[in-house]
Design a protein around this ligand. Structure first.
Ligand SMILES: *Cc1c(COP(=O)(O)O)cnc(C)c1O
Length: 570
C-alpha cells in the first residue's frame, strides 16, 4: 500500500464531490452523480492522472431500502466500518460553524487500477469526541435533514476539504467542483490568495477573483432552476458568521439568496454541462456565462459483467484500458455474443425468481428500468394506458424495476407503490417485479441481464443519465426518450430506439406524458417485440452496434481525456 506522501510531490487535480460511489462497501452515494464521481476517479487512476478526490464519509450511508408487499419504502441506516477499508490521517483540520470549532478527521482510501496505479480519496469525518454533540453527526447522512444541515456539510466539504488537502501537503493545480455543493471551496481559495493591500474605499479589492477563477473548474448537473442549492443570508450569517463578508458574497452568489451554483459560476474560468443538450439548457438558464459540454461516460471495467469481460478479453484484448477498441466488436461471433448474453440473463432471472417467486423465464423479452425514483424520471409512464399495455405485452414481455426514492420524496415513493399495484393487477398476464435496495451490484446485474434498457424522463430534465451507458457495455439496447446522452448515442434501429418526438425544448413541458406513452406503445408493439422474436440476427447486430458505437464512446476514459485537454490543461 502506498502512503499519502507518495502523492504530494507532484501537482494534483483535486476533484470535490458531495457523493462518491466507488463500491457498495463505501455507501456514500445516492445515485448517478456519485457513480459518475466514482467512475471518473477510477478512470483517472487507470490513466495515471495526477488526481486526488475529496468527499464526506457518511457513517450511516444514504440508506438501505426495504420495500413491503404494498410497495411502501422503509429506510434503514447502512452500517459500515470505514476502518476496515481506509486509514485515518493524523492531520486533523477544523472549520468554524456557528462560532464553534468543528474538527475534521480526514480518512484516506486508495483506489487501485488494473495496472497497479493508486489514487487517494479523502473522506472527511466530524464524528470526533472533541466536537460538540450537534456537530458529531454532520457527516452521518447523505442529503439528510434540512438546509441547515446541508450548508454545514457544504462548509465541511468545500472549506474543510481545501484545508485537509493543504494539511496533507498537497499542491493543487486545479480544483474541480462536481456540482455546486463544493463551491464554498472558492471562498477558502479567496482567503488564500487575498491581496495584502489596504483598500479603504472598496473592500472587495483585496480579493483576487482572477487567481481563484484560474484554479477552478465547475461541472453543473442540474437542468432546473429549483434544483440548485440556495440558502437564505440569515442562515449564512448564523452558520458561517464572519468567515466571508456578506456584501461580497451577495455579489458573487446572488443578492436575494446564496445560490451555490452562481458562486461556482462566478469563480471559475471553465464551466460545463454533462451532455451536449444539457450544455444548451444550462446556457439558456445562465446567460452571460460560457457553458461548455463534456458528455458523461461510465467506467468500462466496472460496468461490464464478468461474462462479457471474458468475451471481450478473448476478442478485443485491451478493451478495458482503451474502450476505443470496441470499434472491433464485429470480431465477436454472433452465436457467442448471444450465448454470453443469455448466460447473463439467466443469472438475473434466477435471482429474480428466487427472491420474488416470479416465475420469469429466459426466453421472454425482458425490459429493465432502474434509477433513482425522482418523479421527473416517470417510472410509471409505461402504465399510462393499461388496456393497451396488456394487449401489447401479455405473454410477450416481462419487466424488472428497481430504485430508491429520497426519504422526503413522497411523489417518488408513490411511484414505487404504483408499480407494486400494477404488478398485482397484471398477475398471470404480464410479469412485473420490483427489486428492492438498488445499488451498484444490483445495477450491474440488471444492465447486463435484461434485453432492453428503458428510460422515460421528462425532457429536458435528464442532464445526462448513465445507466443506459452501462447497458451498452453489455450489449443491451436502449429504448429511451431523447434526452441527455441518448440524443448523442441514439441511431434508430441501429443502437436502439427513441421514445417520443425530437428534443427541441429547453424547458420541461408537462403535457408530454400522453405523446411519449403513445410512441412507447407503438414502437414496442411494431418494432421492439417483432424484432426480438422474429429477427434474431438483426437483434444481435444491434447488440454489436450498441457496443461498437455507444460503449465505444460513452465511457469515462474518453470523458476524462476531454476534461484534461479542455478544462485541466487550459
Ligand atoms: C448508474 C447508477 C445510477 C444512475 O442511473 P441513471 O439512469 O443515470 O439515473 C443510479 N444508481 C445506481 C446504483 C447506479 O449504478
Amino acid at each position: 500500500m502506498p502512503t499519502i506522501e507518495d502523492f504530494t510531490k507532484e501537482q494534483k487535480i483535486a476533484y470535490f464531490s458531495m457523493e462518491i460511489g466507488l463500491t457498495d462497501d463505501i455507501p456514500t452515494f445516492s445515485g448517478g452523480l456519485g457513480i459518475l464521481a466514482g467512475d471518473t476517479i477510477k478512470s483517472a487512476c487507470d490513466l495515471n492522472l495526477p488526481y486526488v478526490a475529496v468527499t464526506l464519509i457518511y457513517h450511516k450511508g444514504y440508506f438501505r431500502q426495504e420495500v413491503d408487499e404494498a410497495g411502501n419504502q422503509k429506510e434503514q441506516p447502512v452500517i459500515w466500518d470505514p476502518s476496515k477499508i481506509m486509514t485515518k490521517s493524523s492531520r486533523k483540520v477544523s472549520v468554524t460553524i456557528e462560532r464553534r470549532t468543528v474538527y475534521i478527521q480526514p480518512w484516506i482510501y486508495f483506489v487501485a487500477s488494473l495496472r497497479g496505479h493508486y489514487l487517494p480519496v479523502i473522506f472527511l469525518d466530524t464524528n470526533l469526541p472533541e466536537n460538540a454533540e450537534q456537530d458529531r453527526n454532520l457527516t452521518d447522512f447523505l442529503y439528510g435533514f434540512d438546509v441547515t444541515y446541508r450548508i454545514k456539510q457544504e462548509m465541511i466539504l468545500g472549506i474543510g476539504g481545501a484545508r485537509a488537502l493543504k494539511a496533507l501537503g498537497f499542491n493543487i493545480r486545479k480544483y474541480h467542483m462536481n456540482e455546486g455543493h463544493a463551491s464554498f471551496l472558492t471562498l477558502e481559495l479567496l482567503h488564500e490568495t487575498k491581496k495584502d493591500i489596504e483598500a479603504v474605499w472598496d473592500e472587495s479589492l483585496v480579493w483576487n477573483f482572477d487567481a481563484v477563477k484560474e484554479k477552478c473548474v465547475f461541472t453543473t448537473h442540474t437542468p432546473v432552476e429549483a434544483g440548485h442549492d440556495k440558502f437564505k443570508y440569515e442562515l449564512y450569517n448564523q452558520v458561517m458568521g464572519d468567515y466571508f463578508p456578506e456584501k461580497v458574497m451577495r455579489r458573487l452568489a446572488g443578492d436575494k439568496e446564496l445560490n451555490v451554483t452562481m458562486l461556482a459560476l462566478n469563480l471559475t474560468n471553465y464551466v460545463n454541462g454533462v451532455a451536449k443538450k444539457h450544455g444548451e439548457v444550462s446556457q439558456d438558464m445562465f446567460p452571460g456565462y460560457k457553458i461548455n459540454a463534456i458528455t458523461n461516460g461510465v467506467h468500462s471495467y466496472t460496468w461490464t459483467c464478468e461474462r462479457f469481460k471474458r468475451l471481450f478479453d478473448k476478442y478485443i484484448p485491451g478493451w478495458a484500458n482503451e474502450p476505443e477498441t470496441f470499434v472491433r466488436v464485429n470480431a465477436i461471433p454472433s452465436a457467442e455474443l448471444w450465448s454470453t448474453h443469455q448466460d447473463a440473463k439467466k443469472e438475473l432471472i434466477d435471482l429474480v425468481n428466487q427472491k420474488h417467486n416470479a416465475n420469469m423465464d429466459y426466453d421472454t423479452l425482458t425490459i429493465g428500468f432502474a434509477r433513482r425514483f425522482a418523479t421527473y424520471k416517470r417510472a410509471t409512464l409505461l402504465f399510462k394506458d393499461l388496456a393497451r399495455l396488456e394487449k401489447i405485452c401479455a405473454n410477450k414481455v416481462q419487466f424488472i424495476f428497481a430504485g430508491k426514492a429520497h426519504p422526503a420524496d413522497n411523489g417518488g415513493k408513490d411511484l414505487i407503490r404504483r408499480i407494486h399495484a400494477e404488478a398485482k393487477r397484471f398477475k398471470g398476464k404480464i410479469k412485473i417485479v420490483f427489486m428492492e435496495n438498488y445499488r451498484m451490484e444490483l445495477a450491474l446485474k440488471l444492465v447486463s441481464g435484461v434485453d432492453v434498457w428503458l428510460n422515460t424522463p421528462l425532457r429536458p430534465l435528464e442532464a445526462s443519465g448513465t445507466s443506459g451507458m452501462k447497458a451498452t457495455h453489455n450489449g443491451v439496447m436502449n429504448f429511451s426518450v431523447l434526452d441527455g446522452w441518448w440524443i448523442e448515442g441514439h441511431i434508430e434501429n441501429v443502437t436502439g430506439w427513441s421514445i417520443g418526438p425530437a428534443p427541441v425544448e429547453l424547458q420541461a413541458n408537462s403535457e408530454m406524458d400522453a405523446i411519449d406513452a403513445e410512441d412507447l406503445y407503438n414502437k414496442l408493439e411494431k418494432v421492439v417485440i417483432p424484432t426480438y422474436y422474429n429477427e434474431r440476427e438483426k437483434w444481435i447486430q444491434m447488440m454489436k452496434d450498441t457496443i461498437g458505437k455507444n460503449a465505444y464512446y460513452f465511457n469515462t476514459h474518453r470523458m476524462l481525456r476531454r476534461y484534461v485537454t479542455e478544462a485541466y490543461l487550459r
